[in-house]
Ligand binder design. Structure first.
Ligand SMILES: [Zn+2]
Length: 320
């Protein structure tokens, strides 16, 4: 599916590209990625329980299992991190979310698609479980363009959601299209740029991309929020309806067990470690004070919880 139009990708051989496409580390930008679930049997994927938010309802979609080794986090030694989290590796997940509003169906992110392994890319099965066909989706809000969020946009070289406009922050798009960013990127994630450029090219052929600037409404009652740090155009989406809120935070955090109590701890795939840390500290403070529930791409499934103050940091109260 990634081969289409490949020959127009400049300067990189087909072999390198295909090797990159096969590597989870490349897709997620995470070196030393450990697939802790390699021998685990996957249960039949099911959608999570719908969460009402005013006139809307939000259905968590489980794209696949995930956990992160402590050595992928920065800001404390491993011994300290183990003491804080009490668990190794850190439990996580690949989550996306279906937003239902009357007859409208939106997605926040699209999971890995068919790139990584049989254990991820489960989103279409979860959608089916939620009685939703890919063609029912009219808008997709992309938090950022890492492969585990944008990989599901394409299937067999074509848009996987043929009727959906794909909302991408202009800053995020520009970053992944920039020759300068490619040349400055660590070697390990250069292949990711090619994958993402291919996704964008396929979407553009069908004029499916809609750019926004954080602060723009992407749908009535859904506003985009600048969360730059994890990537330059990393964006959250705040859903507000009838006084109820849910904030889709994308990759604001990767390991709740560790980064809730110590939000200063950063993650290897953060493009800017200082900015990722700063925005997390600022957002957690606000989310805890205003008691706004979050929906996170890498919170343990179903990925919805409340940020609550605890000691010098926070804890996640999971909503199940
Ligand atoms: Zn991610």
């Amino acid at each position: 599916m990634w081969n289409r139009s490949f020959d127009s990708v400049k300067g990189i051989s087909r072999r390198t590209f295909l090797a990159a496409a096969a590597s989870t580390a490349v897709l997620t930008g995470i070196p030393g990625f450990v697939d802790a679930f390699a021998s685990t049997q996957m249960p039949q994927p099911t959608a999570g329980k719908a969460v009402p938010v005013g006139d809307f309802s939000v259905v968590p979609l489980f794209d696949g299992p995930q956990s992160f080794d402590l050595n992928l986090f920065y800001g404390a030694d491993e011994q300290t991190m183990l003491k804080i989290a009490g668990v190794q590796p850190i439990p996580s997940a690949f989550n996306a979310f279906l937003i239902k509003h009357g007859q409208e169906r939106f997605l926040v992110d699209t999971g890995n698609g068919t790139l990584v392994s049989a254990r991820t890319g489960q989103l279409p099965l979860c959608l089916q479980d939620a009685q939703t066909a890919p063609a029912d989706i009219s808008k997709i809000f992309i938090t950022h363009l890492h492969g585990d969020h944008a990989g599901g946009l394409i299937k067999d070289g074509k848009p996987a959601f043929s009727n959906a406009k794909v909302y991408v922050a202009k800053a995020e798009y520009d970053y992944w299209q920039s020759d300068e960013a490619v040349s400055q990127a660590p070697e390990r994630i250069r292949g990711l740029f090619l994958l993402i450029q291919n996704v964008l090219r396929i979407l553009e052929q069908d004029k499916l991309i809609v750019f926004f600037t954080p602060g723009d409404l992407v749908a009535p009652d859904i506003i985009s929020v600048d969360l730059a740090g994890h990537t330059p155009g990393h964006t959250g989406f705040m859903l507000t309806s009838k006084g109820k809120k849910l904030f889709f935070v994308g990759d604001l955090l990767h390991g709740a067990a560790l980064q809730m109590p110590r939000p200063d701890i950063t993650f290897v795939a953060d493009t800017s470690q200082p900015k990722a840390k700063e925005i997390r500290l600022r957002m957690f403070k606000w989310l805890a004070e205003d008691k706004i529930p979050i929906a996170g791409a890498h919170l343990p499934f179903p990925g919805i919880g409340l940020v609550q103050s605890e000691g010098d940091g926070y804890k996640l109260k999971e909503c199940t």
